[in-house]
Write a protein that binds this ligand. Structure first.
Ligand SMILES: Cc1cc2nc3c(=O)[nH]c(=O)nc-3n(C[C@H](O)[C@H](O)[C@H](O)COP(=O)(O)O)c2cc1C
Length: 213
């Protein structure tokens, strides 16, 4: 009987000492999926055309009205930024520029680009900014839209002008950027970009928030 008791005691002792649960450190709490596992945001590009020099209602400017808005957007959404530059720069003089732009519009020309995007394929959303010229997009912007493959891309237009409107011409953007779809854009008064940039930034932020950014 004593032998059986000792044997049982030995078995219990051995199985107890060998038990993993006694030597293991306490288990780590199970990790919940963290925020950094959320999907990578889409690749976004801000493309804009903007002029410096003598401009409507603002005198001589060293940063274009549309350029100011483009930078606000890029900062807020964390996008890359690309400036459309014409091979032949538009003149600094406002009146002369309006004459050239009118001729370009009437003959529906496509001015040459000085630069173009090589990695357009990596972006799926493109904010497109321009000044209103003769109630239309500047012809150089059409050159840009017709020079790349925009299929499957979303274009979000924004513009500056003498007023705070878009002219409706933006709805035809997919006719030039074939395969693209557009979302609701924003029109801002150019003068405000120079004179009250903080208020413009607020308007831009509100618009972007409305779009889900
Ligand atoms: C060639 C030219 C044509 C313009 N045509 C219009 C127009 O039709 N309607 C309007 O409201 N503003 C017009 N403007 C004013 C510009 O749209 C406005 O000043 C804009 O904010 C300029 O932007 P930017 O500094 O980015 O070039 C015109 C300006 C230029 C230079």
């Amino acid at each position: 009987m004593k032998k059986i008791f000792l044997l049982l005691l030995m078995i219990l002792t051995v199985s107890g000492c060998g038990s993993d649960t006694q030597n293991k450190p306490p288990a780590e709490p199970e990790k919940v999926e963290s925020a950094d596992k959320t999907p990578v945001p889409p690749n976004i590009l801000v493309v804009y055309f903007s002029r410096t020099g003598e401009e409507y209602n603002v005198g001589r400017i060293t940063k274009g009205n549309t350029a100011i808005v483009a930078e606000f957007i890029a900062q807020k959404v964390g996008a890359d930024i690309f400036e459309i530059k014409p091979e032949t720069p538009y003149p600094d003089e406002y009146e002369l520029c309006t004459e050239i732009a009118k001729q370009e519009l009437e003959s529906n020309v496509r001015p040459e680009l000085a630069n173009n995007i090589e990695n357009l394929a990596q972006y799926d959303t493109i904010f497109l900014g321009y000044p209103i010229w003769w109630s239309d997009l500047p012809m150089i912007v059409y050159t840009f839209l017709e020079s790349g493959d925009f299929s499957g891309k979303t274009i979000i237009p924004f513009c500056t002008s003498a007023g705070d409107y878009m002219t409706g011409k933006e709805t035809a953007i997919p006719n030039h950027a074939t395969g693209a779809t557009i979302r609701e854009g924003l029109g801002l008064k150019g003068k405000r970009c120079q004179e009250e940039p903080a208020a413009v930034k607020k308007d831009v932020d509100a618009w972007l928030t409305g779009l889900g950014y």
